[in-house]
Design a protein around this ligand. Structure first.
Ligand SMILES: [Zn+2]
Ligand SMILES: [Zn+2]
Length: 363
């Protein structure tokens, strides 16, 4: 099977031919139909996210189960499934508190043994999923069956970006009808957050991006106002739009100290700042110490949209099937497996939302 393989951090990937190892008792084999290209894939490629190398990139995919291990009962051959990278243990203190996204064992499978062989040796799957490939092998607990009428190139995005963005707004921020929401960063996750705010019944949804070309997609996803950050002072623009007060919720989906600070400053006294973007390990944010207390704002991180894939992916799939969640609005382009490097170039330039790799029929 063909796979997008990273051999050394900082180097371009190449499409290679791999052979999957034998399936384990608790595993499933999936023929991928589609895989999103997520910013985290780029972070693995440039070395800012850890991975065992060489690895097949990709962790946001959907496909059809082609084989199940002897002990697998929850899914069957022929099932349409969304792949998830988080496999909570369901026994640790975090899991027992309902914080499965923080389970310290959730990525254990990613750092176990290799899943495939190349002509020059073993290969690991990025985040235990390796979705930028025609096939993969993963724990049965890492796949979530979905209705067969949901297009798989939409279902793929439920594996990471949609769950992260919608969950940040509905679960972490818990936006209520009538509230105002600012979303900074209108890539795939940011657009999903905007759609989450629309689902929550937010009255005002302000979308901001450094690239004005992203803003029409934000409007299509439900933004009521847009701010071209390349052109305007973001905090000033948000204050103007909200009568000087600031928004109830500042959602940051970039992961840069400057935009985290802007989210804090653009949020009203007593409001909540929700951080979704992943910053670099060595970056720090400076906030005014007195205002941290005196303004009574809440600052909270959101990992994987505080979602439990087994519980929340079927809900998001149902919302997509009923037309309440517009996943097509997040898809910038459909590409082939040989075009992943070009998708990274677009990502670095801040162009577009999600590139989705579509795999051809089985050969
Ligand atoms: Zn756990
Ligand atoms: Zn991702």
């Amino acid at each position: 099977m063909r796979a997008v393989v990273l051999r050394d951090v900082g180097q371009p990937t190449a499409v290679e031919d791999l052979a999957l190892r034998r399936i384990g008792d608790q595993e499933v084999r999936v023929r991928l139909q589609a895989s999103g290209v997520c910013h985290t894939d780029l972070s693995v490629r440039d070395g800012s996210m850890p991975a065992l190398l060489p690895c097949t990139l990709g962790h946001e995919g959907a496909g059809i189960v082609t084989e199940v291990g002897g002990a697998v009962t929850a899914v069957s051959t022929g099932d349409h499934v969304v792949l998830t990278w988080n496999v909570p243990c369901r026994r640790c203190p975090h899991c027992l508190r309902g914080e499965t996204q923080l389970c310290p064992h959730g990525l254990k499978h990613a750092f176990g043994g290799p899943y495939a062989e190349s002509p020059t040796g073993p290969v690991w799957p990025e985040m235990g999923a390796g979705t930028l490939a025609e096939e993969t092998l993963l724990p049965a607990a890492a796949v979530v069956p979905v209705d067969q009428s949901l297009p798989l190139d939409h279902a793929a995005l439920l594996g990471c970006g949609v769950t992260t963005g919608v969950g940040a707004v509905l679960r972490t921020a818990a936006v209520r009808p009538g509230e105002s929401v600012l979303v900074i960063g209108c890539g795939g996750v940011g657009l999903a957050a905007i759609q989450g705010a629309r689902l929550a019944g937010a009255a005002r949804i302000i979308a901001a991006d450094r690239n004005a070309a992203q803003l029409p997609a934000a409007t299509a996803s439900g933004a009521t106002d847009t701010v071209d950050v390349g052109d305007a002072d973001l905090v000033g623009a948000v204050r103007d739009l909200t009568g000087g007060a600031g928004v109830d919720h500042g959602i940051e989906v970039v992961g840069k100290p400057a935009t985290i600070r802007a989210a804090f400053d653009a949020t009203r006294r007593g409001g909540a700042v929700t951080l979704v973007g992943a910053a670099g390990f060595t970056e720090s944010v400076t906030l005014p110490a007195l205002m941290l207390m005196a303004d009574g704002k809440k600052i909270q991180g959101s990992v994987y949209g505080a979602s439990d894939p087994a519980r929340d992916i079927p809900v998001l799939a149902e919302l997509a099937l009923r037309g309440r969640l517009d996943i097509e609005a997040l898809v910038t382009r459909r590409i082939g497996i040989d075009d992943v490097e070009a998708a990274f170039t677009d990502m670095v330039a801040g162009r577009g939302a999600r590139s989705v790799v579509c795999f051809g029929p089985p050969s």
